[in-house]
Design a protein around this ligand. Sequence first.
Ligand SMILES: Cc1cc2nc3c(=O)[nH]c(=O)nc-3n(C[C@H](O)[C@H](O)[C@H](O)COP(=O)(O)OP(=O)(O)OC[C@H]3O[C@@H](n4cnc5c(N)ncnc54)[C@H](O)[C@@H]3O)c2cc1C
Length: 332
Amino acid sequence: EIERALSEKVINENKIKIKENILVIDILAEHSTCYGLLTLNNNTNEIIAYLARITILASGGAGQLFSNTTNPDVATGDGIAMAYRGGAKVTDLEFIQFHPTALYHQGSPKFLISEAVRGEGAILKNIKGEPFMHSYHPLAELAPRDIVARAITDQMKKTKSDYVYLDATRIKEKFSQRFPTIYKNCLGLNIDPEKEYIPVAPAAHYTMGGIKTDTWGQTNLTNLYACGECTSTGVHGANRLASNSLLEGLVFGNRIARKIKKNKSLFSQKIDEEINISYNIPRENIRGFDPNQITKELQKLMWDKVGIIRNSSDLKKAQQKISEWKFILKSE
Ligand SMILES: Cc1cc2nc3c(=O)[nH]c(=O)nc-3n(C[C@H](O)[C@H](O)[C@H](O)COP(=O)(O)OP(=O)(O)OC[C@H]3O[C@@H](n4cnc5c(N)ncnc54)[C@H](O)[C@@H]3O)c2cc1C
């Protein structure tokens, strides 16, 4: 509904130019000031720099760093990376929120079985059919996300399984009426939540850290602002409560607009808006490096070694592997 309402407003606002199929590659920043963006037109392969008095990054999270994620394909952390390369401060990137109960089904997208299902009385069971949450936390199924995600991971390890079950057959109200979308999605995969257990597993869900901003969306670079999941504003701490992220995006987007509107002198200066420039981007495979293959390897490495339960030896192995890739790519 937020997307629908915003899109409608933007499309009908003739002062806003919409550019589609444009991939932002980098911010243009020098001496702690941002001057706009460098982009790649995916249709024409043209590199175009957009100069701007104010640049606002709203590029979303980085869930696609992990092989198991609820996030869409576009959640690749680009905005965070380009802000960092341009000298913006980033913070708390180690805090990834893992949702405990994404549907587990080989080859299907990891859609969410929301907390509300557990709120209505559904129980987590391991693959032997044993309930386990009471031995991890007094709130059992209703414990915070990180605790439930870790408990599930522990049970998966102990039972050598890739998933646990969510038993929703016991909830009083009819599942199909209380959760029609989840019901429809499950039925599409031949799982009937009213009659059988739902296989679930944790998945990377929300990037808690990101580009550091103040409470008005301002980064440490002059004229660079950021809002939404690509930021770390501090309002969620290390572990966001469910449903607060859309609200954060709306509040901070609005605050940025209010703040830059006040800076009237900025808008009296004239600037060139678009310039074509020559820029060398390696688009072919580099010495046997297949980007799709390396993306999959990186996602698996992150899931296995930088995932829900971490230790220093695995973190070091991951760091070493990533440094090797970086070295090869840089030396080309
Ligand atoms: C399954 C699921 C359920 C959720 N449910 C809730 C909920 O109930 N309540 C809640 O508050 N939050 C929820 N969240 C979290 C919330 O949806 C996200 O945090 C929020 O949508 C992020 O909004 P955003 O505008 O910051 O980023 P996004 O909505 O991810 O938008 C980022 C945009 O930037 C574009 N982009 C990225 N990189 C580039 C690039 N290099 N060049 C050009 N464009 C780029 C992307 O294509 C995308 O259009 C949920 C998340 C998921 C995955």
